[in-house]
Design a protein around this ligand. Sequence first.
Ligand SMILES: NC(=O)c1ccc[n+]([C@@H]2O[C@H](COP(=O)([O-])OP(=O)(O)OC[C@H]3O[C@@H](n4cnc5c(N)ncnc54)[C@H](O)[C@@H]3O)[C@@H](O)[C@H]2O)c1
Ligand SMILES: O=C(O)C(=O)C[C@@H](O)[C@H](O)[C@H](O)COP(=O)(O)O
Ligand SMILES: [Zn+2]
Length: 360
Amino acid sequence: MKTIRIETTNHAYPVLIGSKIINQLPKLLIQTGISQKTKILIISDENVAPLYLQVVVDQLNKFDAISYVVPAGDVSKAIGEVEKIITYAIQHGLDRSSVILALGGGVIGDLAGFVASIYMRGIRYVQCPTTILAHDSSVGGKVGINHALGKNLIGSFYQPQFVLYDTSFLTTLPTREVRSGLVEVLKHGLIADRQFVDWLEKNADSLLHLDQEAVSYALKQGIKIKADIVMEDEKEQGIRAILNFGHTLGHVIETLSNYQYLHGEAVAIGMFFAAKLAAKLGWLSKEEEAFYQHLLQKFKCKTSIPKEYDTNQMMNIMLRDKKFKNGQIRMVLPIAIGQVKIEQNIDPKFIFETLNELKR
Ligand SMILES: NC(=O)c1ccc[n+]([C@@H]2O[C@H](COP(=O)([O-])OP(=O)(O)OC[C@H]3O[C@@H](n4cnc5c(N)ncnc54)[C@H](O)[C@@H]3O)[C@@H](O)[C@H]2O)c1
Ligand SMILES: O=C(O)C(=O)C[C@@H](O)[C@H](O)[C@H](O)COP(=O)(O)O
Ligand SMILES: [Zn+2]
């Protein structure tokens, strides 16, 4: 088991990662000051619950634990679902000392963490991630839900008490979810660590086949990169925006497809779009742009935009991106493999042109 410590201005917590470590849960709760009398609400989804809810409930047999299961997928990151969970929590007597436990992927982590951030003005929560993608979402405290007009438009920065990442849970992930999750690992390499990118390129097949050693190394590296950035800029006043690499267009594709594109699938297209735009602006060489395409294809990602998507509509949705300030377009663009910069004042003409070039 490996522990990575996250220290933000007001809160410090461990991320524990290892195979078959769910039995550490009771000890961790107690160490965190969560006694057996504390009411714990486990939130999970309809796919994860049949696989792992009982495993967690068994670990909590000496605690006062209840559970709530939501439909799987981004459709549950919705205000209606938040209200239902809050009603359930009130009816079941959760008070300010209670704890929420998120058991699932990024959807559950974001939703459960958001509920925790607003229930009775904030109660404690813990993350038990079950997807590869959640190596990203369970760390750093961005929690929230979607609005019909766009992705993650409602949310908080709210850090968990700890993250307990049992990687043995990943064995049941569908292939498409494995690919989607690995895109955020690629993102972590592409924004900060050329050597890690080279390692990822070499180990693509092992990772896609869930080789335990390779996956475990990749997740730890990804978490370390994210942790360093979050510790420097918890509330995204500056550098943290680089974790949003590929998301400006990625979120548009998720919204327009009504979440038929998975998060990682959409972000992969968004990263390639950013690389193509950077090449057009002269910051990335044609070889580096080609490397992006090669790498993403190696991880079985699409790099084109559905041709039926209207470019003006994509531009309009992009304007709601949380990185845009005072009408100014701010995007994260690559300047080398393993290096990005946050760019203001990009001429919308280039964005428009690049979007059109990516349509297939
Ligand atoms: N807060 C953040 O910093 C952050 C970072 C990245 C992504 N996100 C958000 O995370 C969400 C995507 O997360 P995700 O990809 O984990 O999606 P997800 O939570 O929907 O999980 C993916 C699918 O896999 C199923 N599943 C989960 N674990 C499983 C397991 N072990 N075995 C079998 N099936 C399993 C789920 O039921 C779901 O159908 C998006 O909403 C995205 O916006 C947030
Ligand atoms: O932690 C961050 O910061 C990120 O941007 C991580 C992203 O991978 C993640 O998808 C995040 O939820 C996007 O946040 P948003 O603020 O752009 O909605
Ligand atoms: Zn993301």
